[in-house]
Structure formats: structure tokens, C-alpha cells
Ligand binder design. Structure first.
Ligand code: KG4
Ligand code: ZN
Length: 330
């Protein structure tokens, strides 16, 4: 059996988890910084980095205690090494290096996006490569062909904003609070998805890319018009996002050989309406649909530990001078 300790600190969640190669999550601890960032309506990098410093070691101790293990029992230490807010990434990576150095265990430096990309394989043992992955998070919106660990073919990406960013900005514009995605989802439940006419950027365009900046501006105009309920704007916004994701994903799927499944991951994949719509699309395309549970879609350390297992068992450990990266495309 192989046990990996995972560390995550690339944005505003600090997390530690222990996972084994039979996909058992022995423990996972997470401290969210939502309260610290709420007054600013967004994540403040300096506040985030300081909070990671305070929280990470106690979370590691907690995760070890929950699993009734000590550091000597783990086979490797996996830490997010980017992309993300560089101060936070450095805290997690340096912590991982220090634990590796002190215990003599190997370090596995994880690309946070690969953590999201492989998380569906932690959730579902039957998911094999290659699969079509819609990666929708606060910083990304990409359609990828996942061929194996470290082996990704990018089919499409956003030409402007990430989809999570669009959710966060919409929440801010509508005064729904922070974090934005869950707030928009709650408001949308009480709204009419066809009440407010909003654009569907790039719908029908031959290249499968995504775009959300125009949608965000349209939300601003709809709000300023002063005639719509926030709930109706939230629901109509969500519907526009769904229409774009479905059209673009369907287009991108035509460029893949024979994906085994359509998979969605990343924070926005926690949205139930988006999951349902993608499940329908997968059905129409004759594909299995796989979405990790909501907590595994948003940032967490279990997905980092799992990516560590996928890489460590291939012998892909990393040197202790591995450098943290703010930008790191898959
Ligand atoms: O993957 P993630 O936790 O962090 C990044 O790596 O970016 O994704 C965070 C993003 C945020 O933009 C957040 O608003 C969005 O995911 N999100 C949601 C929901 N939960 C989180 N968007 C829509 N509906 C949700 N329920
Ligand atoms: Zn993420």
C-alpha cells in the first residue's frame, strides 16, 4: 500500500490530506479563509499567504492524528507547486520540502490543475484514460483531453475570463457576497433563467474556445437598468453560462479521438445546475459522465495527495530545489 500526504495552499484554502493508492481518503482537513477576505470582496494575496503560514502545520498534524498515522508512515509528500498566488504556493511547497527533508521521504511537486484534472479518478476507480475534462475553476476554463498523468492535450481555453471569475464578479455586481459561486447558485434557485436577455459569447463559433467577459458586462448593464431582480439576473446568468459550456464542450468533443467519459472538475463543477446540464450533454453524446463530489471539486488537499500517488507510482518524484510557479499551464 502507498500512502501520500498532500498539501494545498495555492489560493484561499489551506488543506492537508492523506490518501492511499486504493483511493481511500484516510483524512482530510481544510481551513477556509473566507471570513478574512470577505471585507475585501475577493482574495487578498498577502492575507492569504500569512494565513497559510499559521494554519498549514496544525492541519498536517490534524490530518495525521485523524488517520492515526505519523509522518514516518507516509511514502511521499505531495505539495502544490503552482499555479496560484505565489506567496501561498511558496508556503505549501516549502512546508512540503521541509517535511520531506526532515523525514527523508520523497517530494512530489504538483501542478494544482493536474490535481483537479486527476481528482475524478480518485472519486471513481473505473475512470480510465483518455477522458474529456472540462476544467472550470476560479482561474481557468479549459477543455482538455486527459491521456495520462503529465499528458494533457488542450482542446480549448477561455480567451478572456475564467468561468469562476465570471461567477465571482456577477456575485459582486449583484451584491450577493463572497465567495461568489455558491452565492450566485443560491440566488439563481429563486430566479427565472429566461427573465433577463443575456449574450452567449462565441456560441456556434467553429473554434471551441470560451469567452465570458461580454457576459459579465451584460450583467452589469442588466443590473444598472434597475428593472430586474438580482435572483432573475443570477438565474439568467447561470443559464447563459450553461448554454456556452454545452455548446463549446460539444464542439470540442468532436476534436477528440475516443474519450472514455466526459468529466467535469474544478470549483465551478460544484454547481448543481451546471453538473445536470453536462450530464445531459454526455448522455446525448453517448459518453459516461463523471463529476467528483462537490467538496472534491473545490480546492482541497485530497486531490493533491491523489495526484501525488499517480506521479509517485510512476517514479516521478521531484528535487528539493523545485521552484514555485505563479503560472504553470498543464
Ligand atoms: O477550484 P477552485 O476552488 O479554486 C481555483 O483553483 O480557482 O474554484 C473556485 C471557483 C470560484 O470562482 C468560485 O466562485 C467557484 O469556483 N465556485 C462555484 C461554486 N462553488 C465554487 N461556481 C459556481 N457555483 C458553485 N456552487
Ligand atoms: Zn483550484
Amino acid at each position: 500500500m502507498m500512502l501520500v500526504l498532500g498539501l494545498e495552499s495555492s489560493c484561499d484554502e489551506t488543506a492537508a490530506a492523506i490518501v492511499d493508492d486504493s483511493r481511500r481518503i484516510l483524512s482530510h482537513r481544510l481551513a477556509t479563509q473566507e471570513e478574512a477576505h470577505r471585507p475585501y470582496g475577493g482574495v487578498v494575496p498577502e492575507i492569504a499567504a500569512r494565513a497559510h503560514v499559521e494554519k498549514l502545520i496544525p492541519l498536517v498534524e490534524g490530518a495525521l492524528a485523524d488517520a492515526k498515522l505519523s509522518l514516518a508512515d507516509v511514502d511521499a509528500i505531495a505539495a502544490t507547486a503552482g499555479p496560484g498566488l505565489i506567496g501561498g504556493v511558496m508556503v505549501g511547497l516549502v512546508t512540503g520540502k521541509a517535511l520531506a527533508l526532515a523525514t527523508g521521504k520523497p517530494l512530489v511537486a504538483i501542478n494544482h490543475l493536474e490535481g483537479h484534472a486527476l481528482s475524478p479518478r480518485l472519486a471513481d476507480a473505473s475512470l480510465e484514460f483518455p477522458y474529456a475534462l472540462l476544467l472550470v475553476s476560479g482561474g481557468h476554463c479549459q477543455l482538455l483531453e486527459v491521456r495520462g498523468p503529465g499528458d494533457y492535450r488542450r482542446i480549448a481555453t477561455t480567451i478572456d475570463d475564467a468561468v469562476g471569475e465570471a461567477f465571482d464578479k456577477t456575485a459582486k455586481l449583484l451584491g450577493l457576497g463572497f465567495p461568489g459561486g455558491p452565492a450566485v447558485e443560491q440566488a439563481a434557485l429563486k430566479g427565472d433563467p429566461f427573465a433577463v436577455p443575456l449574450p452567449r459569447p462565441l456560441l456556434g463559433s467553429p473554434e471551441p474556445h470560451f469567452s465570458f467577459a461580454g457576459l459579465k458586462s451584460a450583467v452589469l448593464r442588466a443590473r444598472d437598468a434597475g428593472i430586474h431582480r438580482a435572483e432573475d439576473i443570477a438565474a439568467s446568468f447561470t443559464q447563459a453560462v450553461i448554454d456556452c459550456l454545452l455548446d463549446r464542450t460539444a464542439r470540442g468533443l468532436r476534436r477528440m479521438e475516443a474519450p472514455r467519459a466526459l468529466v467535469v472538475a474544478g470549483g465551478v463543477a460544484a454547481n448543481s445546475a451546471i453538473r445536470r446540464a453536462l450530464e445531459t450533454l454526455a448522455g446525448e453524446q453517448g459518453l459516461r459522465f463523471i463529476a467528483p463530489p462537490g467538496w472534491l471539486c473545490t480546492d482541497n488537499a485530497a486531490m493533491i495527495a491523489w495526484a501525488g500517488i499517480e506521479r509517485h507510482r510512476l517514479g516521478w518524484d521531484d528535487p528539493l530545489d523545485f521552484v514555485a510557479r505563479a503560472r504553470w499551464p498543464l
